[in-house]
Design a protein around this ligand. Structure first.
Ligand code: DGL
Length: 267
């Protein structure tokens, strides 16, 4: 591993691009290799063991691409087995759950934190356990929002239907009086304006992307692997398991970059 190697990221689809966007802001000299498992998306309703196998397969692929750090930019895959992935390779592997939890615990005043995520993430209780670990006095209110991922991937976020779905899912959290809401799925920042509209301005939305990028920065610094030379036209690489068109369209808009994506058929 050396400084010129890339940061590898994976998600079921476009969600992890919210972490990429933050990497571009905080670590502009770094090159990234991204894998979106669009053919098998959504991960949320799948059993943990299956999501874990998918993530392992993708991490194996990323390790063939000269990466120095892997970010599991997917809450469902993080909840399904981060310690497994960490134990398998010599390179650092980080997830997106712990960084978001730390930010939420720091922010809450009322000690009432809401968590939204996929069915898999919410069922795992990973957020609740970690919040209680950092701040046992905090009350946690969790809600699975399975349709959000499909709204994002199908570019239906700015529709009346999306607002209606958000109102239905978020009502119990609003009623519970949370002052902080963790967007426990990397797809959700892509519809944060809809979520904010329902929750109101007094509720702080926490996206783990920012905190995760910060953690990546710390790890690279500590390992003396941070890229220091700035090169123009970095050759980022994007791979998907399904047809690339939709991914590329959303990715270009989100990253404001003319990305291309290549389809890789996983066994
Ligand atoms: N973006 C992912 C997450 O953070 C996966 C969503 C899905 O595929 O259900 O959980």
């Amino acid at each position: 591993m050396n400084r010129d190697h890339a940061i590898g990221l994976l998600d079921s689809g476009v969600g992890g691009l919210t972490v990429v966007r933050e990497i571009f802001t905080q670590l502009p000299a770094e090159r990234i290799v991204y894998f979106g498992d669009t053919a098998r998306m959504p991960y949320g309703p799948r059993p943990h063991s299956e999501v874990r196998d998918f993530a392992r397969q993708i991490i194996r692929f990323l390790t063939t691409q000269d990466v120095k750090l892997v970010i599991v930019a997917c809450n469902s895959a993080t909840a399904a087995g981060l310690p497994y992935y960490q134990g398998e390779y010599d390179l650092p592997v980080i997830g997106v759950i712990e960084p978001g939890v730390r930010a939420a615990v720091r922010h809450t005043k009322t000690k009432r934190i809401g968590v939204i995520g996929t069915q898999g993430t919410i069922a795992s209780n990973a957020y609740e356990q970690l919040i209680k670990h950092y701040a046992p006095e905090v009350e946690v209110f969790s809600q699975a929002c399975p349709l959000f991922v499909l709204l994002v991937e199908n570019e239906l976020v700015d529709t009346p239907e999306a607002l209606c779905v958000a109102e239905t899912y978020l009502r119990p959290l609003k009623d519970a009086g949370v002052d902080t809401l963790i967007l426990g799925c990397t797809h959700y920042p892509l519809m944060s304006h809809v979520i904010a509209r329902v929750m109101g301005p007094e509720v702080k939305l926490i996206s783990s992307a920012e905190e995760t990028a910060r953690e990546a920065h710390c790890i690279l610094q500590k390992m003396d692997l941070q890229q220091t030379k700035t090169t123009t036209g970095l050759r980022h690489r994007f791979f998907v398991s399904g047809p690339p068109a939709g991914f590329v369209r959303i990715g270009r808009k989100l990253l404001e970059l003319e990305i291309e994506a290549y389809q890789v058929l996983l066994p």
